[in-house]
Design a protein around this ligand. Structure first.
Ligand SMILES: Nc1nc2c(ncn2[C@@H]2O[C@H](COP(=O)(O)OP(=O)(O)OP(=O)(O)O)[C@@H](O)[C@H]2O)c(=O)[nH]1
Ligand SMILES: [Mg+2]
Length: 670
């Protein structure tokens, strides 16, 4: 028996992924802002012997797509891969959500509506008559709460049972149904899904550009459709069929809502509105945002973060390293093996792992930022500022996500309406201080700036944002000239972050970090240790300057001379940072031969850098091209090597210039 494939479709932020995770047991990312899911993910669910394949998609407001993720969702809906639709409707925003529902019904596919957020709606005292709603829509309606897991059995039996196509076409089509029927008959000979012909007909009559490109119409058919479309607007006193159809649709929605939805008397000001009054205040908005940033920062790098990092370091390097060394010595292991394990592996991997607590704290804040719904507000606040220089606040969402990791941040740019803006945003996100740069900051700033390290690191975070905005301004005036589209990011209702979700998120990030340390960083440390201990003729190197790495590093080092860090060790470290930014730390740790002794490493680094060259080094680390995995994502999203290499050259060039200016101009004063 063929497994049934159902697409979960609904508005952005309507709880699709929450429902998907609950039904399939998956662990996909959930966040309280529109645009979290930007790709399609599938998972299976089995109920009473029937199994169903569910596909989670990016949210869409209608079947007229503008952004990349919306196109992904629509293409999937129109493909032959799915057998039916599980439409999730946010009951708290029913009018807006039903717009999509009615368009989906016009597709004629078997469909079930899950009426989500029922817990929220009930708390507001709203009553919804699901039977009346179902009767008017012509499809089954199941009230649920995906977050609380309410009514999941009923929903499961609806989607595993016999699913029927909608009982009838939505009544809103009646006013224009004659035209749509005629157009649909015209489309019959074309290779389109039969049950969706009226949908295609409506879209083509509406004048949907993308649909016209997609459907290959013979000339005669095109002319006839044109004539029908012209007839439609003369009939409706309007020249715009999209408006005619949208009006008809909204009139019908009003009717449905009036029949099934009961508001309590009088509307109270909601908590969200109250919070927004303060948080989005004309004067207070920015200081409040700055305060939250400071708080995040202070906990990550201030006393709490440092104490935890010290504890971790003690475990790894104070206890583990001597224990391993002792054990190896007792079994009379060869000197090179002790060196490789203690200096190479524990030094390199341990050097990176000791920053795990700080990474976890950082992700705790980022998770709260997303789950409460404040992230969308930050974009909104920044929009007013960025608009003045021609940028869109929406770029700021991917940029903020870039504080975590560049790879998902680059994908998040898919939510931008304007293709030029999307490409520009992709080029800017790597300027943010991603989590992997954090260990580098902590190591170098700690060694060079001692008690002022917090301030120095804060300045790097701010510098990343400023360079991002400035580079955006330059790009907008040159490569990506054009007008940004208006700001259309919906501000979600504030929600308490769920404890489970936050912990899960932190655990996921910690796991990624540990895995990376155990694989890439581990390998790199071993390779670096070997290259540092052998000469080009493969003899054991007397001192590391003669080693393969020493020679290689010395060849590149002069490039960085004008930036103030002309030692071969830093050049090699920056090179390995292209694989993963954390590798800058593990490489320096191995190369400076600190053998896992962090106090010694810190002392050595403190003597290698002056405050000025240290800061130039950190600036370069902040701004130069991102790691391999982010680069690969940029190449995919930009659609080609030329773009990706161009972006990398732009970032590295800018990094060089900024670091050069800092070192040279700073040198005049210090
Ligand atoms: N109170 C309540 N909150 C919910 C419910 N379902 C989801 N949420 C919350 O709504 C927010 C959005 O959930 P997601 O599952 O990420 O929404 P989505 O539809 O996948 O969003 P996009 O991927 O951005 O389109 C999260 O904060 C969820 O915790 C629900 O039934 N009740
Ligand atoms: Mg989602």
């Amino acid at each position: 028996m063929k497994k049934r494939t159902l697409a979960i479709i609904g508005n952005p932020n309507s709880g699709k992924t929450t429902l998907f995770n609950r039904l399939t047991g998956a662990n996909q990312h959930v966040g309280n802002w529109p645009g979290v899911t930007v790709d399609r993910k599938s998972g299976g669910v089995c109920y009473k012997g029937t199994s169903v394949e569910l596909v989670d998609l990016p949210g869409i407001y209608s079947l007229s797509p503008y952004t990349q993720e919306e196109i992904i969702a629509r293409e999937y809906v129109l493909s032959d891969e799915l057998d039916g639709i599980l439409n999730i409707v946010d009951a708290a925003n029913i009018e807006r959500n039903l717009y999509l529902t009615l368009q989906l019904i016009a597709l004629g596919l078997p469909m079930v509506v899950a009426l989500g957020f029922m817990d929220d709606v009930r708390a507001q005292g709203i009553e919804i008559d699901c039977a009346a709603l179902s009767e008017r829509l012509g499809v089954p309606v199941v009230p649920i709460s995906a977050k609380k897991g309410e009514n999941m059995d009923e929903l499961l039996s609806a989607i595993t049972g016999e699913m029927r196509p909608p009982a009838r076409q939505p009544a809103y089509l009646h006013g224009v149904s004659a035209a749509i029927r005629r157009a649909a008959t015209l489309l019959e000979p074309l290779p389109l899904r039969r049950c969706s012909l009226s949908f295609y007909a409506a879209k083509l009559l509406e004048g949907d550009e993308k649909m016209r490109e997609q459907v290959d119409l013979p000339r005669g058919t095109r002319d006839e459709l044109h004539a029908i479309a012209a007839g439609m607007h003369s009939h409706a006193n309007s020249t715009d069929n999209e408006m005619v159809l949208a009006d008809a649709l909204y009139d019908y929605i009003e009717e449905i809502v009036a029949a099934s939805y009961r508001h309590p008397h009088g509307r109270k000001i909601t908590v969200t509105e109250r919070i927004d009054k303060i948080v989005l205040h004309r004067f207070w908005a920015l200081p409040i945002f700055a305060f939250f940033m400071f708080l995040m920062f202070w906990s990550t790098f201030g006393p709490i973060g440092s104490a935890l990092a010290d504890g971790m370091e003690y475990l790894l390097q104070g206890l583990l390293a001597p224990a391993v060394r002792g054990a190896l010595t007792t079994v009379n292991a060869q000197g090179w093996l002790i060196g490789l394990l203690c200096d190479g592996v524990i030094g390199g991997v341990g050097g990176v792992l000791s920053f795990l607590p700080q990474i976890v704290i950082l992700f705790f804040y980022l998770s709260i930022l997303e789950d409460t719904g404040y992230l969308a507000r930050v974009a909104f606040i920044m929009d007013t500022l960025l608009r003045r220089i021609g940028l869109s606040g929406k770029s700021f969402v991917p940029m903020l996500m870039g504080f975590g990791c560049t790879t998902p941040a680059v994908l998040a740019a898919r939510t931008m309406e304007n293709e030029k803006d999307r490409r520009m945003t992709i080029m800017l996100t790597p300027f943010m201080s991603c989590g992997a740069k954090l260990p580098v900051y902590a190591l170098v700033a700690g060694a060079v700036f001692k008690e002022h390290q917090g301030l120095i690191i804060l300045s790097l975070y701010v510098l990343g944002i400023l360079v991002g905005i400035l580079a955006g301004f330059i790009l907008k005036k040159t490569v990506f000239r054009g007008v940004s589209s208006g700001f259309v990011l919906e501000l979600p209702t504030y929600r308490m972050p769920s404890f489970k979700g936050t912990v899960l998120n932190m655990w996921q990030k910690a796991k990624d970090f540990i895995t990376k340390a155990g694989t890439i960083i581990f390998l790199m440390s071993v390779v670096i240790w070997l290259l540092q201990n052998f000469t080009l003729s493969l003899a054991v190197a007397g001192n590391s300057a003669e080693s393969i790495l020493g020679v290689l590093g010395a060849a590149i080092a002069p490039v960085f001379g004008p930036l103030g860090f002309g030692h071969w060790q830093e050049s090699v470290a920056l090179l390995t940072g292209l694989v993963a930014k954390e590798a800058v730390v593990s490489t320096m740790s191995v190369l400076y031969g600190a053998a896992g002794d962090s106090a010694m490493l810190s002392g050595l680094i403190g003597t290698v850098f002056t405050p000025l060259s240290g800061y130039a080094f950190l600036t370069f680390t902040l701004l130069y091209m991102p790691c391999m995995s982010a680069f690969a994502t940029i190449r995919r999203e930009m659609g080609g090597w030329r773009w990706a290499l161009g972006a990398a050259a732009f970032q590295t060039g800018l990094a060089y210039i900024v670091a050069l200016v800092i070192y040279q101009v700073g040198g005049l004063f210090l």
